[in-house]
Design a protein around this ligand. Structure first.
Ligand code: NAD
Length: 421
């Protein structure tokens, strides 16, 4: 029976025929949405027969919404995501012009989707610039509401910048601004509450999926009270809320200091043998190198907004690029979740049949996992593995693969459906 997904006692409760609102998206959104839905429907049918099914409900945003309603993000769309809790979207063009908010940011802020979750794994056959892409299996939890992305910026010369500069110099005694007369300013709010809820979600995810580690990635050596505090709050949280399920690098260091290296190593080995999640931290620049050299050392990554932006693109490139990299924006306290293709609208190839729908399809697989329909998600992963390993691909991958067969967006979706057993 068709019903709404509900959030009860901190858990989503999913009917057998949930209504899922979707935004088609601009540019290649139109090309990838239909084929992706066909693949997702086929995977659900293969897993559950007639017992479960998604009821897709289109909601408007972007250019299509503007043409039909005069608004890029009609209130009905935001209301639908609130009412139905879980949705999916294609890419949206950010309208150019000052004063117009990014539609993606509007959605994230309105629903307070504080965790940007992005898994990175390699599919057999996909071209990669690294030697052992099969070792990549990482999940980024990027804080989505704070940091310099909060948008508190003052342009040099304008009244607010002058007042802000004078306040810093005269009231707070700041004397390290190198060129005060021509400086613009940006403010980087990082809160305990915001950090904790993101890190909590990352640790809970690692525990639930039986993953070995959570790495707190930060630039706390330079930004001690924002990024450094993020790290400390993370360790505090792991040691207080998850003391039975985690062992932290900070605890290791304490034992090492008090009892010696052998004792610390023994404690670490014991924690691992008990299946505890190891919580550690790495400075951002070192992490960019580490993740290339030793990707298997990092399983779940909890990080701040800007770091998460940079790291995501590097990890995506390591496993085949943005065309096959999925994502989700989630509030684990309210249950709201929007799954999305992480690439843009690719206007240069819109309408040509060249777009790779994998990012949206894999975002659909994440959505299925969020609903608890893991069996259907597995069908998608297996079929994609099969399709890529047979080198039957869309044009973005075709040009990089020897002996590949070129398929259009729709043909590629048909091939995946054929490979869903
Ligand atoms: P883009 O991701 O649209 O394109 C970058 C390059 O990647 C292009 O060469 C494009 O052809 C290619 N590409 C992207 N997705 C592909 C796919 N699925 N298959 C094959 N090739 C693909 O980035 P851009 O050009 O910087 O941005 C275009 C527009 O998209 C802008 O308006 C931007 O604001 C918007 N955007 C939206 C989102 C989102 O909705 N989440 C994300 C990024 C950019």
């Amino acid at each position: 029976m068709v019903q709404n997904i509900q959030f009860i006692n901190n858990k989503i409760v999913v009917p057998d025929e949930p209504i899922i609102p979707f935004i088609e998206g601009d540019g290649i959104g139109k090309d990838i949405t239909g084929p992706s839905q066909r693949v997702i429907n086929a995977a659900v049918a293969a897993a559950y027969g007639d017992y479960k099914k998604i009821i897709w409900k289109e909601v408007l945003a972007g250019k299509k919404a503007f043409e039909l309603t005069g608004s890029y993000m009609p209130d009905e769309t935001l209301d639908a995501f609130k009412e139905y809790l879980v949705g999916i979207k294609g890419p949206l063009e950010t309208p150019v012009g000052e004063g117009i908010r990014s539609l993606n940011v509007a959605l994230r802020q309105t629903l307070d989707l504080y965790a940007c979750v992005r898994p990175f794994r390699w599919f057999k056959g996909v071209p990669s610039p690294i030697r052992y892409p099969e070792l990549v299996d990482m999940h980024i939890f990027r804080e989505n509401t704070e940091d310099i992305y909060a948008g508190i910026e003052f342009m040099t010369g304008n009244d607010k910048a002058i007042r802000f500069r004078d306040f810093l110099i005269n009231e707070l005694g700041v004397d390290q601004i190198r060129f005060p007369e021509t400086s613009s300013f940006g403010v980087k709010p990082v809160s305990k509450e915001g950090s904790e809820r993101l890190i909590r979600a990352a640790i809970q995810f690692a525990i639930r999926c039986e993953l070995p580690s959570v790495t707190l990635v930060h630039k706390g050596n330079i930004m001690k009270f924002t990024e450094g505090a993020f790290k400390n709050w993370g360790y505090d949280l792991a040691e207080s809320e998850f003391s039975h399920q985690t062992f932290t690098w900070r605890q290791y260091q304490l034992i090492e200091k008090q009892e010696g290296k052998a004792e610390a190593n023994a404690a670490m080995s014991k924690a691992k043998s008990l299946g505890k999640v190891i919580v550690k931290d790495v400075i951002t620049d070192a992490f960019l190198q580490e993740s290339l050299l030793h990707p298997y050392d990092h399983s779940v990554i909890a990080t701040l907004n800007l770091n998460g932006d940079y790291i995501s693109d590097q990890l995506a490139a390591m496993v085949g690029g943005i065309g096959i990299s999925p994502g989700a924006n989630i509030n684990y306290n309210s249950g709201y979740a929007i799954f999305e293709a992480t690439h843009g609208t690719a206007p240069n190839i819109a309408g040509t049949g060249k777009a790779n729908p994998s990012s949206l399809i894999l975002s659909g697989a994440m959505l299925l996992e969020y609903l608890g329909w893991d069996k259907a998600a597995e069908h998608i992963y297996d079929a994609l593995d099969h399709t890529f390993s047979k080198r039957r691909v869309t044009s973005d991958l075709f040009t990089m693969m020897e002996g590949a067969t070129l398929l259009s967006t729709s043909e590629f979706a048909d091939e995946i459906i054929r490979n869903i057993h």
